[in-house]
Write a protein that binds this ligand. Structure first.
Ligand SMILES: NC(=O)C1=CN([C@@H]2O[C@H](COP(=O)(O)OP(=O)(O)OC[C@H]3O[C@@H](n4cnc5c(N)ncnc54)[C@H](OP(=O)(O)O)[C@@H]3O)[C@@H](O)[C@H]2O)C=CC1
Ligand SMILES: Nc1nc(=O)c2c([nH]1)NC[C@@H]1CN(c3ccc(C(=O)N[C@@H](CCC(=O)O)C(=O)O)cc3)C=[N+]21
Length: 294
């Protein structure tokens, strides 16, 4: 069997087009341009790819993009001062502080300082808590994108066996919460899980976010399962160049899975599309308007 490849690029493009149309209408009817401020501290190579794609797609969707690139030595106080300034800026509806941050800065404190209404990453405890209890919130982008991709294969996830490999606050845990909300039966596996391979093999939907290049092999996958590969890993490629691979061994998985997201072209583009959708949503809610669903 050869798995169907889930086209994250195409779905992301359709979401971005919808954001662009809604943003144009918002500008025409209310004179509001949703603004996204992104803060990058230091020079993490993975983060730079993200920033580059993000700025381009933000402006293409008709949103305003405010980039703040700070040196790696930036103090925590200086970063917190910038976050407070962005909280107070009426042109800024969404704030994203790129993670990871350099060691002198406490990421929890930075996230806690972001106005929850502008927290388009959905990392603030207020948004994380709202997601858990099922209240309206800004939902983390990568988890939102991952579940939207799974739903292209299974529009109704009710009763399906879902395994999430990884329990980080930014990916694994919110993915699990979204799958619970979709009425899947959810198992969260991590580095202390016993017999990981057997746990993964139970999954109808396997979402992998471990940050280990090609760790999940074909033998870990139930025949016909849907595999959502969140991993973005840069590994040495041919003639000195690097290439991107996921956390799943794509070649092996293709032989077993029913459907799989590629890397690149899977979850990555969806993360950015959902970020733009969250920024539009934040701008509309800030102005007392009802945002569309995506
Ligand atoms: N596509 C996108 O837009 C995005 C992609 N990513 C990618 O997703 C991946 C995960 O990111 P993130 O959640 O931030 O990573 P973290 O490092 O924060 O979390 C990794 C999780 O995987 C678990 N884990 C690590 N090694 C193993 C192992 N050998 N066996 C079982 N479990 C293991 C850890 O377990 P434990 O908790 O026990 O330590 C942890 O829960 C990365 O490749 C990252 O680059 C991230 C964000 C966005
Ligand atoms: N506060 C915060 N929020 C994040 O969401 C966040 C973060 N920090 N730090 C870094 C990670 C990583 N991340 C990516 C998003 C999109 C692509 C992406 O667009 N990937 C494309 C293109 C890759 C390429 O250009 O080759 C793809 O997979 O097809 C990659 C990586 C978001 N992250």
């Amino acid at each position: 069997m050869t798995a169907r490849i889930i086209d994250g690029k195409a779905l992301a493009e359709s979401i971005r087009n919808k954001v662009a149309a809604e943003a144009a209408e918002l500008k025409r009817s209310h004179g509001i341009v949703p603004g996204l401020a992104a803060v990058l501290v230091g020079e993490n190579p993975a983060s730079q790819v993200y920033v580059r794609n993000k700025v381009k797609q933000t402006t293409e969707a008709g949103l305003a993009s405010f980039e703040h690139v700070l040196p790696a030595e930036t103090t925590q106080d200086d970063l917190l001062a910038l976050v407070r300034q962005l909280n107070a800026d009426p042109k800024v509806h969404g704030i994203l502080v790129q993670l990871p941050l350099p060691p002198q800065i406490d990421p929890d404190l930075v996230i806690a300082t972001i106005d929850p209404a502008k927290d388009v990453d959905g990392f603030h405890v207020e948004n994380a808590g709202r997601l858990v209890v099922g209240q309206e919130s800004l939902v983390p982008c990568t988890p939102q994108g991952s579940v939207l991709l799974a739903k292209t294969v299974h529009p109704d996830l009710t009763g399906l066996e879902a395994v999430v490999l990884g329990r980080s606050n930014i990916v694994g845990k919110p993915v699990a919460q979204l799958l619970i909300a979709e009425s899947a039966t959810v198992t969260v596996a991590h580095s202390r899980t016993r017999d990981l391979e057997a746990v993964c093999r139970r999954a109808d939907i396997l979402v992998v976010a471990v940050g280990r290049p090609e760790m999940v092999k074909g033998s870990w996958i139930k025949p016909g399962a849907t595999v959502i590969d969140v991993g973005i890993n840069r590994v040495p490629g041919e003639n000195g160049k690097s290439r991107l691979v996921g956390d799943v061994d794509f070649k092996e998985a293709m032989e077993v899975a029913g459907a799989i997201t590629p890397v690149p072209g899977g979850v990555g583009p969806m993360t950015i599309a959902c970020l733009l959708a969250n920024t539009l949503k934040a701008a509309m809610v800030a102005n007392g308007l009802t945002p569309p669903s995506f």
